[in-house]
Design a protein around this ligand. Sequence first.
Ligand code: ASP
Length: 325
Amino acid sequence: MQRTLFAIVTAVSALLAAGTGYAQNYPTRPLTIIVPFAAGGPTDVIARIVGENMSKTLGQQMIIENVAGAGGTTGTTRGAQAAPDGYTIMMGHMGTHGAAPALYAQLKYDPARDFEPIGLAAGTPILIVGKKNFPAATLKEFIAYLLANPGKVNEAHAGIGSVSHSTCTMLNYQIGAKPTRVAYRGTGPAMNDLVGGQVDYMCDQIVNVIEQIKGGQIKAYAIATTARSPELPDVPTTKEAGLPAYEVSAWNALFAPKGTPKDIMAKLTDALGKALADNATRKRLLDLGAVLPAKQEQTPAYLGEFVKKEVARWQPILKGAGESK
Ligand code: ASP
């Protein structure tokens, strides 16, 4: 009996020691960041920029794995179910960790319960954009055209519950538009079709639309923030363009699976903080129009509370728009 107990105690201490040593040496191999949308889209771009700098701090490569599908919920489920060892983390956002629970009755993860928050990465204002030859020059004309042509105008989005889907759900509801909604595996591929003219409009994050707006490949009708973006000074706010009620901005954040050891979490949060303090990384994000979280918004605790608030905030918005489960 005593011998068994001794054996168990020894085994447990050995495990604990191994656990500590493991965390101290962490990371000893490359990390994977799951991006729950197609490559080239906003979530992917932010993950690559932030991940590149984090890999310098962590001394290991950060591999991006695009697991697209079901508005980001497929990849997010994978992120929640990954081994909590610090080697698989994910880039979530206002859709996967805010809007999705209101839209999926069978969602296989809980944005607050099933993750350890690492921290906010970047805020991304939403813009209403249209294809280059869309027959409307201003937001007012755009709205009038949508209302005059129900079902005939195609809106592109990244799947039910994604940022583009939920923010355009809000827009369509507010203005009373009934477009044909076309789902993509991310707004990267959706942007290709908007530039090609196969779809008519979308609501998307600034980092994914800025180059095409500047290059004149698409039209920007408005930015849904209180002030204009310094990167797009010619694009009016929704308030200036006559739709003050439409104000919405997205956020992107890194999460680890629930149960990831605390000391590993501390290293991940530290690496993210260093990335957000790095001038070159900041510049890359700011040049794309992203808004960087303030220092006090960069803590895991802040993100944990924020996710709960976001899930609660989106429920009535999407329910009101007749879209909830
Ligand atoms: N984050 C985008 C969205 O939710 C999709 C993407 O990154 O491609 O609309």
